[in-house]
Design a protein around this ligand. Structure first.
Ligand SMILES: *[C@@H]1O[C@H](CO)[C@@H](O)[C@H](O)[C@H]1NC(C)=O
Length: 402
């Protein structure tokens, strides 16, 4: 790692815009990724946190032991999967592939639909710095060999499809097709804390039409209910938890309010209006993508500029908008109206405190065809979510603090 500056990534894995079939069996999926460079990262405290995170990242996750006081009665028919939280910016979980098990840290990403990990045959720098899947070491590997390519802003991830046994939490999915990444260009991937991505999106938006793991869980009857839920934690100690096939009653307070999916094939609901302080922005034909693989709030650039100006945020040399930390308590709330209800965030929620800096989470993002905003973990730390595949809706409730 560089000594004075660490490249720190906020991945924008939502904003999925897929073109029609590509060429030669290769489909294109455009995913946006936004690097976030933070200075003053050489701080000792920070480094020791990062070290702890790395060792946690390497240890096999003990599902029973990481549930933050969860009890089996609270989860009805669900399969808990603990999250790992790197600086409230990258959330991932450990899964295994193959027999014997090979372990990987993957982002559980509702903003995309493909599952991939680095391959031992990959020569990119990013692959050297991450765990790699070795098909020759797995007795349950089945060759497929068709090519895939996923487009990101900073370059395409490409490789071949393989099949093996996937374990996630206490669930085992036999014959899961996934991508073995052979090329991972760019430093962005090199500095990520996670090895790969496990898309939780719909199969209709999956590159090469590979059936994603969650859809396989549903279709093969591994879950009591065709849902998964997320409580995104706020610290390394309280990293949060995903539950497949159920809801943990200890993960939220009050009632869950459900909003129908707006665009089929996407974890997106209608965004009726946005209130910032006393100003209300009424929106038409606009969605909110609920993206567990994105850390910030992705909003149209004209609105982002306006809000950042209003909170006095200035662009820093790193490209991030920062505010003076002593102004934070006086900044207004922002509220998103989803399904007729307001979901508000205070300035303490939407300003990220990283070391001495106070960073605005309002990030310019202009969707190409459909108009949508992206609500990432800044929103999800406050609101527990239920992704209800069966009924085509997303549920929201106030997240319980651990
Ligand atoms: C390879 O995987 C793709 C995507 O899951 C599937 O459609 C195709 O039939 C597989 N091909 C072989 C030869 O197994």
């Amino acid at each position: 790692m560089p000594s004075s500056v660490s490249l720190f990534l906020a991945f924008f894995l939502g904003a999925v815009a897929q073109s029609a079939n590509g060429y030669g069996g290769v489909q294109r999926l455009k995913l946006q990724k936004m690097p976030m460079v933070l200075d003053d990262m050489a701080n000792d405290e920070f480094r020791s946190q990062a070290r702890e995170q790395v060792s946690l990242h390497e240890a096999p996750v003990d599902v029973e032991g990481c549930g933050l006081g969860m009890t089996s009665e609270r989860i009805q028919g669900g399969h808990p999967v603990p999250l790992i939280n790197f600086l409230n910016s990258q959330y991932f979980t450990e899964v295994s592939l193959g027999t014997p098990k090979q372990y990987f840290n993957v982002v559980l990403d509702t903003g995309s639909s493909n599952f991939w990990v680095p391959s031992t045959s990959c020569n990119s720098i990013a692959c050297y710095l991450h765990k790699k899947y070795d098909s020759t070491a797995s007795s349950t590997f089945k060759k497929n060999g068709s090519e895939f390519e996923i487009y990101y802003d900073s370059g395409a991830i490409s490789g071949i499809i393989s099949q093996d046994v996937l374990s996630i939490g206490d669930l085992t999915i036999n014959s899961q097709d996934f991508g073995e990444a052979l090329v991972e260009p760019g430093l962005g991937w090199a500095f990520s804390k996670f090895d790969g991505i496990l898309g939780l999106g719909f199969d209709t938006t999956s590159v090469n039409n590979i059936v994603p793991p969650f859809i396989n869980m549903v279709e093969r009857g591994l879950l009591d209910e065709p849902i998964f839920s997320f409580r995104v934690g706020s610290s390394e100690e309280d990293a949060g938890e995903a539950v497949f096939g159920g809801i943990d009653k200890g993960h939220y307070k009050g009632e869950i309010h459900y909003v129908p999916i707006r665009r089929s094939g996407h974890w997106e609901v209608g965004l009726d209006s946005v209130r910032f302080g006393d100003d209300v922005l009424e929106l038409e034909n606009t969605g909110a993508v609920i993206d567990t693989g994105y850390s910030l709030l992705g909003i149209p650039s004209d609105v982002a500029e306006l809000i950042n100006a209003q909170i006095g945020a200035q662009p820093s040399w790193t490209g991030q908008y920062t505010v003076e930390c002593d102004t934070v308590p006086s900044l207004p709330d922002i509220a998103f109206t989803l399904g007729g209800r307001e979901y508000s965030l205070t300035s303490e929620d939407y300003i990220l405190r990283v070391q001495q800096q106070c960073i605005s989470s309002f990030q310019s993002f202009d969707s190409e065809v459909e108009q949508f905003w992206v609500l990432g973990s800044v929103f999800l730390r406050k609101y527990f979510t239920v992704f209800d595949y069966g009924a085509g809706q997303i549920g929201f409730a106030i997240a319980a603090q651990a």
